[in-house]
Design a binder for this molecule. Structure first.
Ligand SMILES: Nc1ncnc2c1ncn2[C@@H]1O[C@H](COP(=O)(O)OP(=O)(O)O)[C@@H](O)[C@H]1O
Ligand SMILES: [Mg+2]
Length: 339
């Protein structure tokens, strides 16, 4: 379906697909596949972040920012509407319909010369305004050479971009689930234990990768017997919490700070670490464990690590890191975020 969407866009037929499924089932992996296949096209991306839910138009801005060079060719009322919502000019809050129309025109203009692939991840956390506008545009794409693919977590994201064509991402079939499990378990695995892990993970690849990490040798030898009534993503998150709880306190505090900082901005994190009195190098432990990476940005290997870190923290620690992050956030440039 994704290949068809891409070739359609190349041939001048826009297409839309919303990927739905539980956390860890492989939605982001499928979006990466799309991006990998779109080398000949322009790609714009946005990622919903839970703590940015209240910042109107923040996700739409991620999608449109690389395309704003085309702003000049938009009809004046549309251009003005987008300029105001992105803070490029001042004016009264524009009509939502005009913003939607402007977004549609902008996408169409950008796709005039080459196919445009628009990839939105974690759609369940799009701010409402962005979800509304992107949905408006996605419903009206016709012959613009645009492929629009969005992933949304089932449950919390069920209402996100509803009414658009969708693909429910199922778990891996049993054979593939076994392959993935056995490729990543490096101790002898009791056949009955393996069968139980397979049964309980329901083919969720992240569960197959993560849950065996916090099982003990005794569990592997046949003690993995207590049925767990929680759903799969909850158990993945609990496994992450268990791993995090074994890190040194300074590392945990910084992982919490990173979890509370929506943009993965390293400079902000450095400054926040300074006011917390902790060295950023303490994060190395979490990095070595594969839970996050510090490249140009701080990136969690999966959003469930972020929620595990935040959920496991004490109220006092959360206050401390939010305080430090606010101090590190520019009051002039980003007053909303600082607040
Ligand atoms: N088909 C697959 N085979 C093997 N591993 C997979 C597959 N799909 C996803 N994964 C792995 O499972 C983990 C979770 O996938 P991800 O795409 O992040 O899930 P989601 O975005 O649905 O929460 C990642 O480590 C990913 O590499
Ligand atoms: Mg994902």
């Amino acid at each position: 379906m994704l290949d068809a969407l891409l070739s359609g866009a190349r041939a001048g037929q826009s297409g839309v697909l919303v990927l739905r499924g539980e956390a860890g089932v492989g939605k982001t992996a499928l979006l990466e596949y799309v991006v990998g296949r779109a080398a000949d096209a322009q790609v714009v991306r946005a990622v919903g972040v839970e703590s940015e839910l209240e910042l109107a138009f923040s996700s739409l801005h991620q999608v449109c920012r690389p395309l704003l060079g085309h702003l000049d060719v938009l009809p004046a009322p549309q251009r003005d509407a987008l300029s105001v919502v992105f803070g490029l000019s001042s004016g009264e809050a524009p009509d939502r319909f005009m913003v939607g129309l402007a977004t549609l025109t902008l996408l169409a203009e950008a796709a005039e010369t080459e196919a445009l692939v628009c990839v939105v991840d974690d759609g369940q956390w799009l701010d409402r305004a962005s979800a509304q506008i992107l949905g408006f545009a996605a419903r009206r794409l016709l012959a613009e050479r645009v492929a629009f693919v969005c992933a949304a977590r089932s449950g919390v994201g069920d209402a996100t971009l509803s009414g658009l064509p969708e693909l429910v991402v199922p778990g891996l079939p049993e054979k593939e689930a076994w392959t993935l499990l056995l490729n990543n378990v490096h101790t002898p695995l009791d056949a009955a234990v393996g069968a139980q892990i397979i049964a309980e993970c329901h083919g969720n690849p992240l569960a197959l990768l993560e849950l065996p990490r916090t099982l003990t040798a005794a569990d592997f030898a046949g003690g993995f017997g207590v049925p767990d009534s929680r759903d799969v993503p909850e158990r993945i998150e609990a496994s992450y919490s268990r791993r995090l709880s074994q890190f040194p306190a300074e590392c945990r505090l910084l992982v919490l700070a990173a979890a509370a900082e929506p943009l993965g901005n390293l400079a902000v994190l450095h400054q926040a670490a300074g006011s917390l009195g902790v060295d950023v190098s303490s994060l190395r432990v979490a990095e070595d464990a594969g839970l996050l990476t510090l490249g140009g940005r701080v990136e969690f290997a999966h959003p469930l690590i972020r929620s595990a870190a935040y959920g496991a923290a004490t109220l006092e620690d959360r206050r401390r890191v939010h305080d430090a992050l606010a101090l590190a956030t520019d009051a002039e440039a980003e007053p909303d975020r600082r607040a």
